[in-house]
Design a protein around this ligand. Structure first.
Ligand code: URA
Length: 488
């Protein structure tokens, strides 16, 4: 019996190297065995024990490569199948490799039992990866570097390393970890690392975002489309225990017939199809084409208009995206559009915008050179007679809308980001700031830029005492002058 010891359960390179060596040495499938070394996953390259021959040298591997080429489709298939939990996956793929030399078209013979088996396993692995994209839920945590996001997930197959790049693309500016019983993935904003297996108690159980997920799921749940069987197929019960919103499912199902009647009279919104996937990732990410990260400011603007990431879109006239030149060195972030911005579809065009414009001018900054945006893109308000009164967005709404602000920051890469008030500070820094204490001082951002905090211009509008107002205005302009100096 020839034995190859692989570096870990997902050591594809090790298996490939060993399998080629076995094939070249004429070791038949019945005489080849692949075992996984205890622990140390991620060690690349197998160790071989070939009967009657030495361990192949690196140069021997070249010769194998030259004398026995396998189709790329086989390599792709093997890469997927090896992530399956079935114990015999290495043997199955070696059996196929063994047969490939005499049957070069074997991979296309879908009626062949080994081929069909391998294809089915690859499909199962692919499905597990898509489910992971849909059902991972990050929870807020803090360490000495500030905010971080941690998720606990139990994938049915070993898809962590395959799927982690999806989360890297989606949550590029956040620090996050995904912990699983097979291993862990860590993203620090720049680098991805993989670590050892984890246990559920290493991840936080609850946080304030939990309530957001529940609100969000309840608001996007469409009772008229309720198909219990389909839903259970997509969202298998094994996933429910780690999904905060799953607690609502029995209640929503029970209430669905009543809500369906109420919905009949309500016209359905028609969001842009591409961005519907980006803005409701938990419902749509199970599809393979779900990675619609905006690639231009025009795409951000289009996406904001169609946004359903939180319930605020329902009462607003429209989503209000940021505006300004792509090469702006300064980004100013406000809280959310006000009444006039909501109607005009442009940021800071109402009374607070007028205060900002004059102060910018006095500080020597041309607004035409600035990209002006908001932490939250829809107007949150409550009716008071004929008026719509501003309501401060909550942490869940700010978090949901960071998808857009982060995209704007990634695309513009401004040298300085000025946050106006506490809500903007939360969105930019990822923590609740003490505005009065921290204002006016440069704060380093993980993307290499500099942030600064100051008060919101509507704070100046609200101050009743003229002397206090004049003094607050002077300090505001001083802060803007500091910003101008930071812009270089
Ligand atoms: N206040 C804000 O924070 N943003 C606007 O766009 C308008 C008022």
């Amino acid at each position: 019996m020839a034995t190859a010891t692989l570096g870990g359960e997902t050591d594809f390179d090790g298996w490939r190297k060993a399998a080629r060596a076995f094939r070249l040495a004429g070791v038949g499938p019945a005489d080849a065995q692949f075992v996984v070394a205890g622990g140390a996953s991620g060690v690349q390259g197998g160790l071989f024990d070939l009967p009657g021959s030495d361990r192949p040298r690196e140069s021997g591997d070249e010769r194998i490569e030259n004398t026995f080429a396998v189709p790329a489709s086989f390599v792709d298939l093997a890469r997927e199948v090896i992530l399956h939990r079935a114990e015999d996956r290495f043997d199955l793929m070696y059996r196929l490799l063994w047969r490939l030399r005499d049957e070069p078209d074997l991979i296309r013979v879908v009626s062949d039992r080994d081929v069909a088996d391998a294809m089915e396993r690859a499909k199962t692995v692919s499905r597990a990866s898509h489910k992971m994209k849909a059902f991972v839920r990050f929870r807020q945590a803090h360490d000495d570097r500030g905010e971080a996001w941690v998720a606990w997930f139990e994938p049915p197959h070993r898809v962590l390393e395959k799927t982690a790049p999806f989360f890297q693309r989606r949550f590029t500016t956040m620090r996050w970890s995904i912990l699983t019983p097979d291993g862990s993935a860590f993203w620090d904003g720049e680098n991805m690392r993989f670590g050892p297996p984890a246990t559920r108690d290493m991840a936080p159980a609850e946080d304030e975002i939990e309530a957001f997920w529940k609100t969000y799921y309840a608001s996007t749940f469409n009772p008229a489309r309720l198909k219990v069987k389909t839903m259970q197929g997509e969202m298998a019960k094994t996933y429910w225990k780690n999904l905060p919103e799953a607690a609502l499912i029995p209640e929503l199902v029970a209430a669905s017939s009543v809500r369906t009647e109420a919905m009949v009279a309500t016209p359905a919104p028609s969001p842009n199809a591409r961005f519907a996937r980006a803005v409701a990732p938990d419902l749509h990410a199970a599809r393979p084409d779900a990675q619609a990260v905006p690639e231009s400011l025009a795409e951000v603007a289009e996406g904001v208009k169609a946004c359903r990431r939180c319930p605020l879109y329902r009462d607003a006239t429209q989503g209000v995206c940021g505006e300004g030149p792509k090469q702006a060195r300064l980004m100013i972030v406000g809280e959310q559009p006000g009444d006039q911005e909501d109607l005009a579809g442009r940021p800071f065009v109402g009374p607070a915008g007028a205060v900002l414009d004059v102060a910018l001018e006095e500080a020597g900054i041309d607004r035409a050179d600035v990209y002006v945006t908001n932490a939250v893109k829809h107007f949150k308000h409550e009716p008071r007679g004929k008026r719509r009164l501003h309501k401060t967005p909550d942490a869940g709404e700010v978090q949901a809308c960071r998808w857009w602000l982060d995209a704007e920051r990634r695309l513009l890469k401004p040298k300085v980001v000025l946050a106006l008030g506490a809500t903007a500070g939360l969105a930019v820094l990822g923590r609740k700031p003490a505005v009065m204490r921290e204002r006016g001082a440069p704060l380093a951002l993980t993307d290499g830029g500099t942030a600064m905090l100051t008060v919101h211009p509507s704070y100046l509008l609200r101050l009743p005492d003229p002397a206090a107002k004049a003094q607050a205005r002077r300090l505001f302009i001083d802060d803007l002058a500091t910003v101008r100096a930071l812009m270089g």
